[in-house]
Ligand binder design. Structure first.
Ligand SMILES: Nc1ncnc2c1ncn2[C@@H]1O[C@H](COP(=O)(O)OP(=O)(O)OP(=O)(O)O)[C@@H](O)[C@H]1O
Length: 315
């Protein structure tokens, strides 16, 4: 998440739980985005390099109208042009940013602040880990705030660090680790918390390509093992297709959903085999064309809501 309050608020999103569900598999929760609109009042960040941000002082309409659902236990990726409003959407879903209108509903409850049972992983791992705490202490911290017993905390820290391949560096400090390892710590911290929903905002943008592949496989493995709901924002079309069960393609700002693309690649994915299939190539071409259209200002013609599919050739 790119906002100035990203790391602190994200940690509080993982930490603000009054209910410990220690020892139970979390399972996923349903997320409903209903008629979401977000207008930033005031400064339009002129000179930020983002297209059409408006002049200083002008309101910025980031999200025009988004309606979609993420079913319990689904892994949905979100792509769109730079500045489309992807981070804004994720921040609204995380309860870190109030909507101008519309709502995001988690299970049965409208989100009005960082909700219980939600974890957020950001691009800037360097900012989201505490440098004066060891790897194990970083993973354990939200569990303490959640009220998990000491014994269960130790189990969760051990299990999740082993699951992300960091079982042998639990006593190291984040600054002693590579970028990819630090991002693994952030993922372990989110997984140890046993969230029902995991939101990820371009989490692998700052790591090298090989590490990125490993981390993608890690996310899919954790997602399968925990059965949680995952929403994953990325710039990378291939990554979105490789990871997702669905890919939501957003228009340019003010954003609407151009298309909700089903990914029929099956549950078991392999970096070489899956990316080499004809279906992967077809999806890549389709999503690429949609993003190109989005950059050119193409939007849904009638009702831009997710339930209405707008194919490239029809626009
Ligand atoms: N706090 C803010 N105040 C005013 N405008 C903002 C603010 N945050 C974002 N914006 C604007 O809202 C629009 C959407 O920004 P957002 O960061 O959500 O897009 P994004 O799709 O995540 O971009 P990127 O892919 O480049 O990270 C942009 O025009 C941006 O300049």
């Amino acid at each position: 998440m790119t906002g100035p309050d990203g790391s602190a608020t994200a940690r509080s999103a993982t930490a603000r739980s009054a209910t410990a569900r220690s020892g139970t598999a979390p399972g996923g929760a349903r997320l409903d985005v209903r008629g979401l609109r977000k207008v930033y009042p005031g400064s339009g960040r002129s000179g930020s390099g983002r297209s059409g941000s408006g002049g200083a002082g002008a309101p910025v309409e980031a999200i025009a109208d988004l309606t979609f659902e993420v079913r319990p236990g689904e892994l949905v990726c979100v792509v769109g042009p730079s500045g489309a409003g992807k981070t804004t959407l994720l921040r609204c879903m995380a309860g870190l940013l109030p909507a101008t209108s519309g709502e995001v509903v988690l299970g049965e409850s409208a989100i009005t602040g960082p909700p219980e049972g939600m974890a957020v992983v950001l691009q800037e791992y360097g900012r989201s880990l505490f440098p004066w705490m060891t790897v194990a202490q970083n993973v354990e911290l939200p569990l303490k705030e959640k009220g998990v017993t000491r014994r269960r905390r130790a189990e969760l820290v051990r299990e999740t660090l082993a699951a992300v391949g960091l079982g042998d560096v639990d006593g190291a400090y984040p600054w002693q680790l590579s970028g990819g390892m630090q991002q693994r710590v952030a993922i372990a911290r989110a997984a140890a918390y046993e969230p029902r929903v995991l939101l990820m905002d371009e989490p692998f943008a700052a790591v090298d390509a090989q590490t990125r592949f490993d981390l993608e496989d890690l996310v899919r493995a954790l997602w399968k093992r925990l059965g949680i709901t995952v929403v994953f924002v990325t710039h990378d079309i291939d990554e979105a297709i490789y990871l997702g069960e669905r890919v939501l393609v957003l228009s340019a700002r003010p954003t609407v959903v151009l298309e909700d693309v089903a990914v029929g690649l099956g549950p078991d994915r392999d970096q070489l085999e899956t990316r080499g299939t004809a279906e992967f190539a077809r999806l890549r071409t389709h999503v690429y064309e949609l993003v190109q259209q989005a950059k050119q200002g193409v939007r849904s013609l009638a009702d831009a809501r997710l339930t209405h599919t707008v194919g490239g050739a029809d626009v």
